[in-house]
Design a protein around this ligand. Structure first.
Ligand code: HEM
Length: 164
């Protein structure tokens, strides 16, 4: 049994579970967006603007692109291409969060973490430490899915679009 098969946070079963979490978050986020756009709340929102649009345009595609990378075979050209796109989207998600209105909050800690984790994950792959690379990227995807779910809480923008 190799090191990947033994690791609980860097195996196919773990990846499948976090992709399911990402799919649930993504479905609810899409519903919230449809509600917000159809009901006009998105247009009226004081938080809407360049940084929010950039944030949403990075986090929403990051969910399926990241799922694709986690679920398919690893190491080939398609893995590297999709992985680079996903890493880029995550960096934009984290950077754009600093432009959102409302000043710095606790969740910006996650943004800093992502800004560290993506370059770290790339370095690990370049150095051939594949188990660590896989763990880093899986955890970063999980943080995306969890952050997505938290945006649906009452009082947050997407939560108010979804639940009124
Ligand atoms: C699918 C995933 C995500 C969605 C749909 C999403 C959406 C949003 C939205 C709509 C806001 C505006 C504030 C509010 O909700 O009331 C926001 C704020 C924010 N997001 Fe995200 N986001 C996601 C993932 C992430 C990730 C991965 C990071 C970090 C890298 C991040 C960092 C932040 C930060 C720091 C804020 C400001 C929080 C605050 O209100 O103090 N988000 N996000």
């Amino acid at each position: 049994m190799n090191i990947l098969a033994r690791s609980r946070i860097a195996g196919p079963d773990y990846d499948r579970r976090i992709v399911i979490a990402g799919a649930i978050a993504g479905g609810a986020i899409l519903l919230a967006l449809i509600q917000g756009l159809a009901g006009g709340a998105a247009g009226r929102s004081s938080g809407s603007g360049f940084w929010l649009t950039l944030h949403l345009l990075s986090v929403i595609p990051a969910l399926p692109v990241g799922a694709y990378v986690l679920l398919r075979r690893k190491g080939d050209k398609a893995h590297r291409t999709a992985g680079r796109i996903w890493g880029g989207l995550m960096m934009v998600a984290a950077l754009s969060s600093f432009g959102l209105p409302g000043g710095l909050g606790l969740i910006h800690g996650l943004s800093v973490l992502v800004l560290v984790m993506i370059p770290r994950g790339i370095l690990q792959a370049r150095r051939g430490n594949i188990a660590a690379h896989r763990r880093t990227m899986s955890l970063t995807y999980l943080s995306l899915a969890v952050a997505g779910m938290f945006t649906l809480l009452p009082g947050r923008l997407l939560g108010s679009w979804l639940f009124g």
